[in-house]
Design a binder for this molecule. Structure first.
Ligand code: ACO
Length: 267
């Protein structure tokens, strides 16, 4: 059971009710979006549950895989949010529009927590994407460190076409990966990016046949786990900070991390 918060209230629900499966096998955690009959549409409950998984991730876990059951990784936010009735117990965009700014920002920040932990330096997160990854689905894939795509993957930042902005942490990784101009073009046309293009412009590390997706993720996971954990964590931290630092500052940071490694290995 996980506590999922909707607006002011919170209730205990099972991951199954939220439409998620979660398995930990030693150093690997696998989160499966498991509402294939609704193309793994996401709700606030999805994001609360993801945040809960992040908060309680067992210390031994080093790789987190996010995958979707069925033909699509995720068709984005549950379209019931656009209706006056909304998603039962979770509100609607119309209700969100009535919130004062600070309440809305707090609520959104909670949703974003479901995505942000996937960048923690002590883990590597991998999205395994087949079929559609639309809106929140694309942003969830972008929240991961690495993306392995089936060759039928279709990525689309649909929010602007619906009058919205992407607000589930996806804009920064998108710009970091493809550059500002390409990010503007992808978002403001809300066009679909196919797997081959995704790999070419830096949105995917690997593209494989749909039937090979599971094996490709397993092979990648095995390679990631073959590297020393502390070295991997320190290296990810260094790489993550690189774009914010000058070359000189980055050199200093490299030295600081290496001094810790050398003491751990040889002192
Ligand atoms: N929310 C709720 N239900 C959905 C969603 C969604 N985002 N996407 C699909 N479904 C449901 C459909 O209503 C349908 O349900 P039903 O069988 O009860 O009628 C079922 O999932 C299957 O959907 P189809 O459209 O029949 O599946 P298909 O494979 O032909 O198409 C596709 C898949 C392209 C993903 C299409 O469903 C679609 O365009 N979905 C909406 C995408 C969207 O606009 N998402 C919001 C983006 S903005 C954001 O995320 C913030």
């Amino acid at each position: 059971m996980v506590e999922v918060a909707f607006g002011g209230s919170a209730e205990e629900v099972s991951l199954e009710e939220v439409g998620l499966r979660y398995e930990v096998d030693g150093k690997i955690a696998t989160i499966t979006l498991d509402r294939p009959e609704k193309r793994n549409a996401q709700t606030f409950a999805t994001w609360s549950a993801l945040a809960h998984i992040g908060d309680t991730l067992p210390q031994q876990v080093r790789v987190v895989v996010i995958r979707g059951e069925g033909p699509s990784f995720s068709a984005g936010i549950d379209l019931r949010m656009f209706t006056p009735e909304g998603v039962p117990g979770q509100g609607s965009f119309a209700a969100s529009a009535m919130l004062d700014s600070s309440t809305f920002e707090q609520r959104l920040a909670k949703a974003q927590q479901g995505f942000l932990w996937l960048r923690r330096p002590d883990i590597v997160s991998v999205a395994a994407v087949q079929g559609h990854a639309i809106g929140a689905g694309f942003q969830l894939a972008l929240a991961c460190d690495l993306r392995v795509l089936a060759d039928d993957a279709k990525l689309c930042m649909k929010e602007p076409a619906l009058g919205l902005v992407p607000d589930l942490t996806g804009t920064k990784p998108l710009v970091d990966l493809v550059g500002l101009s390409r990010a503007i073009e992808i978002c403001l046309t809300a066009r679909t990016v196919g797997a081959e293009e995704a790999a070419r412009i830096g949105l995917a590390e690997l593209v494989v046949a749909p039937g090979d997706l599971g094996q490709a993720v397993q092979d990648l996971t095995a390679a990631l786990l073959a590297v020393d954990r502390d070295a991997a964590t320190a290296t990810k931290r260094l790489l993550q900070g690189a774009s914010e630092r000058t070359l000189e500052e980055q050199c200093v940071a490299e030295g600081q991390e290496q001094a810790v490694r050398l003491r751990a290995l040889f002192a």
